[in-house]
Design a protein around this ligand. Structure first.
Ligand code: GUN
Length: 295
């Protein structure tokens, strides 16, 4: 069996950002409309801080208006809700993203529910989740949206394929399953309590791994020729023992890439697969929200 085709998410995301940049320029010149994205970070989680910085940079690179609110970890839920309300009422802001996780004293669901669904570029509000599930136009969570773009680019006709989604989170697993269903796939949602997980994965023409467990999906869980989408971004000790002892790390997915690449037909690498698509889709959702706000 030949090595799997590598699905180049990094390259696809760069192309998407360029197309978004062109659309933003068009909106500015023809409609005097500049899409605006506000990102809110509470606390100092280092991984979140990097994500938030990248979001701001890529928003500006696309020619959009970018605002970042960095709040102290001790910020109260009421203060955060007041900020969300202020952003809901700010006409220069079309998209609002509150970075997760939030500190333990804040009820994340209450905060997400306070975001105007029309500005909910994460697609986490129950209104958008509900609209997606009944097939109405919705703002769709960025990571599954990016996965679907890569899948549609890789597989010309998804209809009737058996897609197995491993993971049932509100952020990835559930919306991913909805999108695959909309594309006429036969969808199985598997999770940590699923019996014979390996056997179910082996039935998949499309396997989406979104569990957050490093290299959990092994090569012999994959059907020959399947398309594998690895959503995982897990930091593990470096391969070299001396480097690991010095605290060096590397990033791996939820799929054991070296094993999977010799069985799958196509696979996303980690890094450089799904990861870069998430922010590109955030920018796309912000443009969508801005266009809808203009009627
Ligand atoms: N934390 C990790 N991923 C995400 C995401 O997609 N959106 C938000 N708001 N927080 C996150």
């Amino acid at each position: 069996m030949a090595e799997a085709r590598i699905i180049d998410g990094k390259g696809f995301a760069a192309g998407l950002r360029a197309r978004i940049g062109a659309a933003v320029e068009q909106l500015r010149t023809t409609h005097a409309l500049v899409p605006g994205l506000a990102v809110v970070l509470v606390g100092e989680d280092p991984a979140s801080a990097i994500y938030v910085r990248n979001k701001g940079e890529q928003t500006r690179e696309a020619g959009m208006h970018s605002v970042t609110h960095r709040l102290d970890a001790s910020t109260s839920q009421d203060e955060l809700l007041r900020l969300v309300n202020q952003l809901n009422n700010d006409p220069s802001i079309h998209g609002i993203l509150v970075q997760l996780p939030l500190p333990g004293h804040i009820d994340a669901q209450a905060v997400l529910s306070a975001i105007d669904p029309a500005k909910d570029v994460d697609g986490f509000h129950v209104v958008n989740a509900g609209r997606l599930s009944v097939g109405l136009p919705a703002l769709v969570p960025c990571t599954p949206l990016g996965c679907m773009m890569l899948l549609k680019d890789t597989v010309k006709d998804l209809r009737g394929m058996h897609a197995v989604v491993v993971g049932r989170s509100n952020i990835v697993g559930k919306p991913m399953a909805q999108l695959l269903l909309q594309a006429d796939c036969t969808v199985t949602i598997a999770h940590s309590r699923t019996r014979d997980l390996a056997g179910i994965c082996r039935e998949a023409d499309i396997l989406v791994a979104a569990v957050g467990r490093p290299e959990m999906v092994k090569g012999d869980w994959i059907k020959e020729g399947a398309v594998v989408i690895d959503v995982g971004i897990n930091r593990v000790p470096a391969r070299d023992p001396a480097a690991a002892a010095a605290g060096k790390t590397r990033i791996v997915g939820d799929v054991c890439y070296a094993e999977a690449a010799s069985v799958a037909g196509a696979i996303t690498p980690v890094p450089g697969g799904v990861g870069p698509m998430t922010i590109a889709c955030l920018l796309a959702n912000t443009v969508t929200a801005a266009c809808r706000s203009a009627g």
